[in-house]
Design a binder for this molecule. Structure first.
Ligand code: SF4
Length: 342
């Protein structure tokens, strides 16, 4: 649902302001499946809304549940598809949101990157993913009050290349008029779009920033993440230091361990040096999830060597739990068949 067009429509039609609040409350509760089911509204208004608006810009195409995660393939109004993932952390639900159909950055280890770029999502399509999962949780258990608690912008696409819609969606999601999700419960991951990291730093927000690092060797990183040719590693690290200096907040580096590519002893030494250089840097080691890119995850003994060495030195890191790799729902595995132009 597009809250701002809805509000203008109601104003133009001369409805009192509380009608907008009522509709928004219904949308946020994610209980009614259509405007027609909003029984607290007068019938003529329900029909008017039903013929002029869509409660959600997304329709479910396929749902794949797995241990701890559910992946949804969602169709957009122009027929394009995206994927979005719900993760159950026992204490809370987290959703991995997509911001683009496909991705222009072509990271070699990522299925989304291999499908190319189709288009950016609108702010409405981004917020409707949250609505979709809240509705899913309600359908699963109407008596419980379970809802999405945390959001990670790590699905399909590079969020910082859809900056204006990302900001519009975030403004709604965290506002008292929206779901009011705490800023610290939202994370945005970027492949390293330096000008937007600077813009994000200047926003002075408490939203978490994650940078997909994956190598501290410029030539290796450029090979697996072509964006590194445009925004080289040294410049990226310097803007990361500026971020922590200015915000005094932790910055998270994502590092998928890839056998023979970024898991050599020299890579470990560079990671140690990086973490020692700034106590606000935090490393998330990620077991590489298999796609058709032909790269392999690091061997368990290599992963152990990395974690033991970092632990011994008391450095800030975690070995991330991977959700949904059996249903291609984990990091770097989201992909859909793009709709071809007619
Ligand atoms: S890892 Fe992220 S930035 Fe890279 S291609 Fe995949 S979706 Fe795009």
């Amino acid at each position: 649902m597009d809250p701002s067009s809805l509000s203008s429509f109601l104003n133009q039609q001369g409805y009192p302001a509380y009608r907008y609040r009522q509709i928004l409350k219904n949308y946020l509760s994610a209980r009614p499946a259509s405007f027609l089911e909003m029984t607290d509204l007068p019938k003529p208004l329900r029909h008017q809304l039903d013929s002029n608006f869509k409660l959600s810009s997304l329709s479910l195409s396929q749902l794949q549940p797995s241990q701890g995660a559910v992946k949804a393939k969602l169709q957009l109004s122009d027929g394009q598809m995206i994927e979005s993932v719900l993760m159950d952390y026992d204490q809370w639900y987290s959703v991995c949101l997509s911001t683009q159909v496909g991705c222009p950055l072509g990271c070699r280890f990522c299925a989304t990157g291999q499908m190319g770029f189709i288009r950016k999502l609108t702010a409405e399509e981004i917020i409707d993913q949250v609505h979709f999962w809240n509705n899913y949780l309600y359908q699963q258990s109407p008596e419980s009050s379970s809802k999405v608690d945390r959001l990670v912008f790590m699905g399909m696409g590079e969020p910082f290349l859809n900056w204006s819609n990302l900001i519009l969606a975030l403004d709604f999601i965290r506002s008292p008029q929206g779901w009011f999700v705490g800023q610290r419960k939202i994370s945005i991951s970027t492949a390293g779009i330096i000008p937007q990291i600077e813009n994000f730093t200047n926003l002075d927000t408490q939203i978490n920033l994650a940078v997909s690092l994956h190598s501290l060797n410029q030539s290796v990183r450029s090979e697996i993440m072509p964006i590194s040719r445009q925004y080289p590693l040294d410049d990226l690290l310097s803007v990361c230091h500026q971020y922590t200096q200015k915000t005094r907040r932790q910055l998270f580096f994502e590092y998928a361990l890839i056998r023979g590519v970024n898991d050599r002893p020299s890579d470990l030494s560079l990671l140690i040096k990086l973490l020692k250089s700034n106590h606000l840097f935090f490393l998330n080691l990620i077991p590489l999830n298999l796609t058709s890119h032909g790269m392999l995850p690091s061997l368990p003994e290599t992963v152990n060597l990395f974690t033991q060495s970092l632990s011994k030195l008391g450095l800030n890191y975690s070995l991330r739990r991977s959700f949904g790799s059996d249903i291609q729902a984990a990091c770097g595995q989201l992909i859909v068949n793009p709709k071809l132009p007619v």
